[in-house]
Design a protein around this ligand. Sequence first.
Ligand code: 5AD
Ligand code: SF4
Length: 452
Amino acid sequence: MDAIKLPQSESEGSLFVYLETYGCQMNVSDSEIVASVLRSAGYGLTHDPLQADVVLLNTCAIRENAEQRVRRRLEFFRARKRKRNPDLKIGVLGCMAERLRHRLLEQERLVDIVIGPDAYRDLPRLLRQVEETGQSAVNVQLSREETYADIAPVRYDSNGVSAFVSIMRGCDNMCAFCVVPFTRGRERSRNAATVVQECQELLDAGYREVTLLGQNVNSYRDGPVDFATLVYRVSLLSPQLRIRYSTSHPKDCSEALLEVHRERPNVCNFIHLPVQHGNSEVLQRMRRGYSAEEYRELIERARRICPDVSLSTDIIAGFCGETEAEHQDTLSLMEEIQYDHAFMFMYSERPDTYAARKYTDDIPEETKKRRLSEIITLQNSISRRRNEMEIGRTHTVLVEGASKRNPEQLCGRTDTNKMVIFDQGTLQAGMYANVKIKGCTSATLFGEVLSG
Ligand code: 5AD
Ligand code: SF4
């Protein structure tokens, strides 16, 4: 994901903070918590790094290249501090902070503050400590309870239509490739009443779509309220409020949840179900907890209960020991399932994970690259085919705002999570429109508004 910058500067606050976010949606949501904590402590927020007294990077550790990007950015701010602004304070937040901890401070002397994902309430204290002592400060304590349930996120980069609502934190799954359990700690769910209340407040403020977020939303539980029940409850708030969620784990995607998709028109007809690989032995090495067959059955069930459901997935190419035949199984599974969209990655070994400790990262870079590019080429053609099937159909689109390519046009998404571009007419962000699809690329639909 691209770095996210604050849209406008504020006038209040004695010191200004510039906050940049990398990685997943959860990090975007965490940055909204951080912005809230900082604002309550009297800091101003700025979109301009050159105006800032404090630069904070909310980081991702999921793949080596995500970390490299952050390191380059840190070097940039370090150079600025050395040459132009010796008072500038630099902080690393999030998953890289948790993973590298003291190394960022001691060995690499890159930063003034290191703060992990469960310690954001402590940020004002750490900032004061750095200001007062000139010494660096660190808090990478993980928590079994912290959900930030009582902190109202400051949605500083919002389009005013669609918002993230964090419902749980951490992950207990321990997939062999994944660093998340180490950087975000144990799974814990936020109190259901506060989730529903936050969604109500968003609705009252004019939002029309919420995405319920967690590393593994299907494991959500607050007493008797499981994930399907929570989604159902949020869906009762208003037919005008669309509900999405991310990320699901195929092993825990319940029939009850699929029923909620079917019954509730405002629970979007779209599920992201990361398969990771198409071969059962590889899935076992990955410790995913399902076989390719079980995954196929889940997709069949999902399509039986919700016939037009749109599906997306995550796929990893070149995991430890992956043979050519195993790689072919991923391509066959993709061909068979026909995902609407996929996020596709080359395997990147992460320190401390099960795979790093027990297996060898033995697939040569060239082979990984070639396999990934085969996966991407196939998915592009599938996405295009799926989008071509939409031509002539009419969708209810929630208008999100101006199209990035052509500001004269608007963009918005279908219930099935496909981006559509169309003429503005009398429409505005936050309105629903019936749009007839006239054309497409593999990534975008183009439509004509029938009624607003
Ligand atoms: N290497 C490559 N991709 C990874 N992912 C998670 N860990 C790794 C890794 N070590 C991918 C998975 C996951 C997505 C968020 O990132 O596909 O679902
Ligand atoms: Fe990256 Fe995972 Fe951390 Fe999100 S939870 S920022 S994807 S490492």
